[in-house]
Design a protein. Structure first.
Length: 73
């Protein structure tokens, strides 16, 4: 796995370690103060990282749709 120094990936990597050395970690975060939403993923290997990214994108889209739907109500 190539090293990714971004702060978001560092959080996901650290969370994976703290969660029993998880093989993958997907974090979706929401900041209502800045109206921001973000995602960070981590996988122990390139394959696991790619899979985590795919799952993260699916989860991110679902959360984003839910937030926009709630804002419309």
């Amino acid at each position: 796995m190539a090293w990714n120094p971004s702060p978001e990936v560092a959080v996901a990597r650290d969370a994976a370690k703290r969660l029993g050395n998880a093989d993958q970690c997907i974090i979706i975060y929401v900041n209502f103060t800045t109206n921001g939403i973000g995602m960070a993923t981590y996988g122990k290997t390139k394959r696991l990282c790619d899979e985590a990214g795919t799952l993260g994108n699916i989860a991110f889209d679902a959360v984003q749709r839910a937030i926009f739907k709630a804002a419309e109500e």
